[in-house]
Design a protein around this ligand. Sequence first.
Ligand SMILES: O=C(O)[C@H](O)[C@@H](O)[C@H](O)[C@H](O)COP(=O)(O)O
Length: 230
Amino acid sequence: MARCNKLNFKEYPDFEMMAIDVANALADDLSEALHHEDRVLLAVAGGTTPGPVFDALSAVDLDWSRVDVTLTDERWVPEDHERSNARLIKARLLTNRAVAARFLPLYAPANAPEDVLAELESGFATSLPITAALLGMGADMHTASLFPGSDGLSAALAPDAPILLPVRRDDLPDTRITMSARVLNDAVKKHILIKGNDKKEALEKAKHLPVEEAPVRAILSGADIHWSEN
Ligand SMILES: O=C(O)[C@H](O)[C@@H](O)[C@H](O)[C@H](O)COP(=O)(O)O
């Protein structure tokens, strides 16, 4: 993999090739870990970019019955809501061969995440650390729901942060729940999937900013960055 300013940066000629390559990389991470672990944990971002990765990954032949699948973050909306990441994952990833995987949700019916945080975290009691994480990034340098300027960010960046935290910012339509930076960064393998020149430039900029302004920095160390222009 080519190195770009010390990041493990891989550039692809098009998004389709990138999606297939990233799906294969995730499948390799999981298969390798399944040789020596009873169960493995895959954590994936939602949003608009990773759908084609999920399509390819869901068709891979591996022992999905020993795979737990969760989200790096979620919108605090019911699972049938159009902005629900769980809805996306169930439609695009937990299908085909991957239908045998076990889903660990970051949402439970309650008005606010604070009401059910303990219950949600208990789902991870025996699953952490994350075996493989597929993360995205916004042009504002957020990753998962670690948003610059949000309520909850400094707690989520703390070295002793809990597994899950609520995050709010006035301009976000939903309350978010996110895995803490500590838990995401502890993933055995981290893949960051980004598309477009604006995000490539944002990533370059992030390396020179404090983590509070560029939260993606918290998970960059050792991560493989996968980028295509279109
Ligand atoms: O559920 C989410 O929205 C995320 O986990 C979030 O961090 C996402 O990865 C970025 O916002 C990039 O989103 P896009 O892929 O839509 O650009």
